[in-house]
Design a protein around this ligand. Structure first.
Ligand code: C2E
Ligand code: CA
Ligand code: CA
Ligand code: CA
Length: 277
C-alpha cells in the first residue's frame, strides 16, 4: 500500500523541469502582473486583546494568476526576491497600504498598516529615504506605518541591516520582529535591535492548546517582550481558547482567523463598518 501511495503521489508531482519553468514564468510575468491588476493587497486586522479595538492591519500580497489561479505568497515572494524584483513588490504593497491609512484618517479612523520587508530591503541603504518620501506624499504620520522584519532578514547582513533599521526607527516608524521564536531568536538578539513590537510565530499559538511546550514558549515570549517594553502580538489566533489564554497572559494584540481572515479592500471596509458603528 505504501508503494502504490508513493507512485500515486509521484504522478501528481510536477517534474523539476516544470517547477523551474513555473518559477521562471512567475518571475518574468511579475512586473506586468503588478501593472495589470493581477496582484492585489489583502489586509488582516489586528485587535487589542484588552478591549478588542482595531489597531491596525497587516498587508498581505495576493496574485491571481490567469493560468495558475490564486497563488500563495510563499510560492512567488521568494522567487521575486531571488530575481531582484522585491523593490517593486514592497513599493506596491506600501503604496496601497499608505493609501488605505490616509483614507481611514480622512474618515477619522487611526488604523495602522504593517508591511512585510524582505532581506533585500534591509540591505538597501536608500530604502529609508523612499519610505520617508512615501509617508510624505500620502500625508501619513510615521507611527501609523509598521514594518515587519524577520530575524533571518536582519542576520543575513547585520552590518547593512542595522543602520537601515536605526534610520527607520529614528523616523518614528514602528518596527516589528516577525515569526519570533523560530530560528535562533534570543534575548540578546532582541535587545540589540531598535524594535517596538514582537510577533509570536503562529506555529506556537496554533499549538498552545494541545502542546505544553508551545504554551511555555508563548508565555516566555510575552514575558520577554514585556521586560523589553515591547508590544507583544500573537498571530494565528484561531479560537476563543487561544484568545482567552493570551489575554490572561497579558499579551497585547491578536491577529488570526478568529478575528478575521485576510480581506480584500472592499471586504475589509465592510468588516470595519460592522465593527466601528
Ligand atoms: P507572515 O508575515 O507570517 O504572515 C502571516 C501569515 O499567516 C499569512 O499568510 C496569513 O494569511 C496567515 N494567517 C493569519 N492568521 C492565521 C490563522 O489564524 N491561522 C493560520 N493557520 N494562518 C494564519 P499568507 O498571506 O499566505 O502569507 C505568507 C507569508 O508570505 C507571510 O507570512 C510573509 O512572510 C509573506 N508575505 C506576504 N505578503 C508579503 C509582502 O507583501 N512582502 C513580503 N516580502 N512578504 C510577504
Ligand atoms: Ca508578517
Ligand atoms: Ca509571521
Ligand atoms: Ca512567515
Amino acid at each position: 500500500a505504501a508503494r502504490s501511495g508513493g507512485e500515486a503521489a509521484r504522478e501528481y508531482m510536477p517534474s523539476m523541469g516544470q517547477v523551474f519553468l513555473r518559477r521562471f514564468q512567475l518571475v518574468t510575468q511579475f512586473r506586468s502582473a503588478l501593472e495589470s491588476g493581477q496582484v492585489s493587497v489583502h489586509y488582516q486586522p489586528k485587535v487589542a486583546l484588552s478591549d478588542r479595538q482595531v489597531l491596525g492591519v497587516e498587508a498581505l500580497v495576493r496574485w491571481r494568476h490567469p493560468e495558475y489561479g490564486a497563488l500563495d505568497p510563499d510560492e512567488f515572494v521568494p522567487a521575486v526576491e531571488a530575481a531582484g524584483l522585491i523593490d517593486a513588490l514592497t513599493t506596491f504593497v506600501m503604496e496601497r497600504s499608505l493609501e488605505k491609512v490616509r483614507e481611514w484618517l480622512s474618515r477619522g479612523l487611526r488604523i495602522s498598516a504593517a508591511v512585510n520587508l524582505s532581506v533585500r530591503n534591509l540591505a538597501d541603504t536608500e530604502f529609508p529615504d523612499r519610505v520617508a518620501d512615501a509617508l510624505e506624499r500620502h500625508h501619513v504620520p510615521p507611527e501609523l506605518l509598521t514594518l515587519e522584519l524577520t530575524e533571518s532578514g536582519v542576520m543575513a547582513d547585520p552590518e547593512k541591516a542595522l543602520p537601515v533599521l536605526r534610520r527607520l526607527h529614528a523616523m518614528g516608524i514602528v518596527l516589528a520582529v516577525d515569526d519570533f521564536g523560530t530560528g535562533y531568536s534570543s534575548l540578546a538578539y532582541l535587545r540589540q535591535l531598535p524594535v517596538d513590537e514582537v510577533k509570536i510565530d503562529k506555529s506556537f499559538v496554533l499549538g498552545m492548546g494541545t502542546d505544553l511546550g508551545d504554551l511555555a514558549v508563548v508565555r516566555s515570549i510575552v514575558e520577554l517582550g514585556h521586560s523589553l517594553e515591547l508590544t507583544v502580538v500573537a498571530e494565528g489566533v484561531e479560537d476563543d481558547a487561544a484568545r482567552d489564554a493570551l489575554t490572561a497572559m497579558g499579551c497585547d494584540v491578536a491577529q488570526g482567523y478568529l478575528i478575521s481572515r485576510p480581506l480584500s479592500d472592499s471586504r475589509l471596509e465592510a468588516w470595519l463598518r460592522a465593527r466601528t458603528h
